[in-house]
Design a binder for this molecule. Structure first.
Ligand code: GLU
Length: 291
């Protein structure tokens, strides 16, 4: 077996659709071709949106598609303490800060960028506060029990990494604008992104980066919608001294009208397609895999 390790990391917030099938098949096939390992990871840190029935459906749908993976499967919801410990390491470096926002402001931000707030050229880019909050005000707000998010200060992170200028990552696939090969990070497109919240000591960005390192993932294979998030993940790797995997972002498959599949397209869930008579080989063909 080679040292190639890749993964499919869905969030159980809905039923898998054709886009997920494409992503899972792409990663699975890459592992087969490389004689490597394929992992399945359940990214269920958002306990308000993740549901056990969706997780059960992930296992069933992927098995039905003909995929197999190593067990036990890592479920992020079982590792909040580990993420919190790494968050504490970041807090100690002084590159993240508490940002007090009302729930409404947070919700508006999430509504504008439902997948990963604050990233990508079209995302919400929060440049950070004009002035640092005074220690007194911060202490008062904490004492008052106000909610807050932990944000990464891009300026502080770049300064902290001063001896590693020009962080890059290797892209073996392609970003949305054809980015490939050695890609420079693009912090200006990100802003001060949220890495954790008062009550949830992690975020997608922190958990995915830590888990890929912990699980020895050598190749991150995922959709192009996460290409810009790689800047955040690369910075976290540099700050915490984590290994840097190779990235292979793949194109997103779309419906006949050209629109991307999302969890809202109920007709394109693997369950619905299966109920309408689709066989696993039909799904593979529809996803562009003819084996
Ligand atoms: N959990 C993420 C999602 O469902 C994917 C994470 C990744 O592949 O990096 O969109």
């Amino acid at each position: 077996m080679s040292d190639f390790v890749t993964r499919f990391a869905p969030s159980p917030t809905g039923f898998l659709h054709l886009g997920h099938a494409y992503s899972a098949l792409t990663a699975w096939q890459a592992a087969q071709e490389a004689g490597g390992r394929f992992l399945l990871r359940i990214e269920d840190i958002d306990t308000t949106r993740c549901k056990p029935e969706f997780e059960a459906a992930i296992y069933e749908d992927l098995s039905w598609l003909g995929l197999s993976w190593e067990t036990p499967v890592r479920r992020q919801s079982e590792h909040f303490d580990d993420y919190r410990a790494e968050l504490d390491r970041l807090i100690a470096t002084g590159v993240i800060y508490r940002c007090f926002k009302t729930r409404k402001e947070v919700m508006d931000e999430i509504a504008r960028a439902p997948h990963h707030p604050g990233e990508g050229p079209d995302g919400v880019i929060y440049p950070g506060p004009a002035e640092k909050m005074s220690p007194e005000e911060e202490a008062n707000r904490i004492a008052a029990g106000e909610a807050f998010a932990w944000r990464l200060s891009m300026a502080a992170a770049i300064a902290a990494l001063g001896d590693q200028p020009g962080l890059t990552f290797t892209e073996e696939g392609e970003g949305p604008n054809g980015e490939t090969g050695t890609c420079a990070i693009q912090p200006d497109l990100i802003g001060d992104v949220i890495l954790a919240r008062k009550d949830i000591g992690t975020s997608y960005h922190l958990a995915v980066t830590l888990d890929d390192a912990l699980q020895g993932v050598t190749h991150v294979i995922r959709g192009q919608d996460l290409f810009f998030a790689t800047t955040i993940h690369r910075i976290i790797q540099a700050l915490l001294g984590l290994p840097v995997p190779i990235y292979r972002h793949h194109g997103l498959i779309s419906g006949e009208d050209g629109a991307r599949f999302t969890k809202r397209d109920k007709s394109q869930t693997l369950r619905a397609l299966r109920a309408n008579g689709s066989r696993p080989e039909d799904i593979r063909l529809q996803s562009g895999f003819n084996w």
